[in-house]
Design a protein around this ligand. Structure first.
Ligand SMILES: Cc1ncc(COP(=O)(O)O)c(C=O)c1O
Length: 393
């Protein structure tokens, strides 16, 4: 009997999914484990998809996506970052942020290569690297004086002749950490010195709270990279426009990789769904007001949860500048999966275990605060009660 290939077997199960699958079997769980808002996709985007269907966007498109959408994305970078991109070769529409990570990683790594991944991080990039028969080398962000940093000494030590890629996420899932422009410059210099690709996951760039006004994005690494730098950016419509189920995103890449990624699309999904690409164009054109409203709400939620968590004994909660997560460290906790499992079964509150996010994540839990206040308030109360009874072995 043939068995499932060892290369597939070694790809680990997402521990967020493991917890979520258990939670889905229980009625009435307060769900804070997934990275999505409880707000449905705005109606104007839904209408745009229906109109696109009526207009006949039911046929194949280019592998790289509709030229109109790629042009809109180029305009987006010009408007929000002052960056000039060639929509024909440097932008590829993908069927989600995950798929952007997929083709980006595929363009950077050969089997057996190593990729440095800054963690704690959403586990998919490391898993995709393993799917490509390459090796993720996790480098945890140290926490100093309440801020996460990049450990450049550890990065330097981890470089081997097989290292070809560095992956980081900013704004970070799960940390809420946002890279500074100084750190971006240092990373670029590091990557140039060691001949590495950088893949920046910027899917949360619009969920940034340090900006002078809501809606101003976190600075993209594309502002500092030249178009000849080996830099790629994975992006998505999921988080900014409440479109998680639509599966549409994009990759920005140096033109050789961009063109190759578009070609690889042919063999993975051919292209993102045609009428959804049209709806994505509408989201870009008309999404700013809704986005600003969402950001005000998210910031209030963040402050509410932060204050509630900081009242709980043994909680160390670094202040997050972006995304929609809090990642409190619980004093003495060594098994975050067990903690989340018991929290789920005893109180019906679902959170993601820190161990799911790789090196540096154990001992913490991830809370997504994009839910409504009616969910967050009882969730915080139940967590406080659970913690007061929870004994750390
Ligand atoms: C850091 C990060 N990157 C990428 C994604 C992928 O988003 P999607 O595949 O929904 O576009 C997510 C989703 O949670 C994420 O947290």
């Amino acid at each position: 009997m043939p068995t499932v290939a060892a290369s597939a077997q070694k790809v680990p199960q997402s521990r967020i999914r493991e917890l979520a699958e258990a939670a889905m079997k229980i009625e009435g769980v307060l769900k804070l484990y997934f990275g999505e808002s409880s707000i449905p996709t705005p109606e104007y985007i839904q209408r745009a998809a229906a109109k696109a269907l009526e207009e006949g966007y039911t046929f194949y498109t280019e592998n790289a996506g509709l030229p109109g959408l790629r042009q809109d994305l180029a305009d987006y970078y010009q408007r929000l970052h002052g960056v000039e991109l060639d929509p024909r070769s440097e932008i590829v529409v993908t069927a989600s942020g995950v798929q952007a990570l997929h083709v980006g990683i595929r363009c950077a790594l050969n089997p057996g290569d190593e990729a440095l991944v800054l963690t704690p991080a959403w586990p998919n990039a490391s898993a995709i690297i393993q799917m490509d028969n390459a090796v993720p080398v996790e480098i945890p962000h140290p926490l100093r004086n309440g801020r996460y940093l990049i450990d450049f000494d550890a990065l330097q030590e981890a470089v081997t002749p097989r290292t070809r890629l560095l992956v980081y996420t900013s704004p970070s899932n799960p940390l809420g950490w946002v890279i500074t422009e100084g750190e971006q410059a240092q990373l670029l210099e590091f990557a140039r010195r060691h001949d590495l690709w950088i893949l920046a996951d910027e899917v949360y760039e619009r969920l940034y709270y340090r900006s002078p006004e809501p809606g101003v994005p976190a600075p993209s690494i594309l502002r500092q990279a030249t178009r000849n730098d080996a830099v790629m950016v994975a992006q998505s419509f999921s988080k900014s426009y409440c479109m998680t189920g639509w599966r549409v995103g994009w990759l920005v890449a140096r033109s050789d990789a961009g063109q190759k990624a578009a070609q690889l699309n042919e063999f993975i999904i051919s292209h993102a769904t045609s009428f959804i690409q049209r709806a994505a164009q509408t989201a870009l054109a008309h999404g700013e007001d809704e986005l600003r409203k969402m950001l005000v709400r998210l910031k209030e939620n963040r402050d509410f949860c932060l204050a509630a968590l900081r009242e709980m004994p043994g909680m160390n909660v670094p202040f997050p500048d972006g995304a929609f997560y809090l990642f409190p460290k619980i004093k003495g906790l060594t098994d975050s999966f067990d903690f989340c499992w018991r929290l789920l079964h005893e109180t019906k509150v679902g959170m993601a275990p820190g161990v799911a996010f790789g090196s540096g994540g154990e001992g913490s839990v991830r809370i997504c605060y994009a839910a409504e206040r009616e969910i967050l308030e009882p969730a915080m109360e139940r967590l406080a009660r659970f913690l007061s009874k929870f004994s750390i072995a």
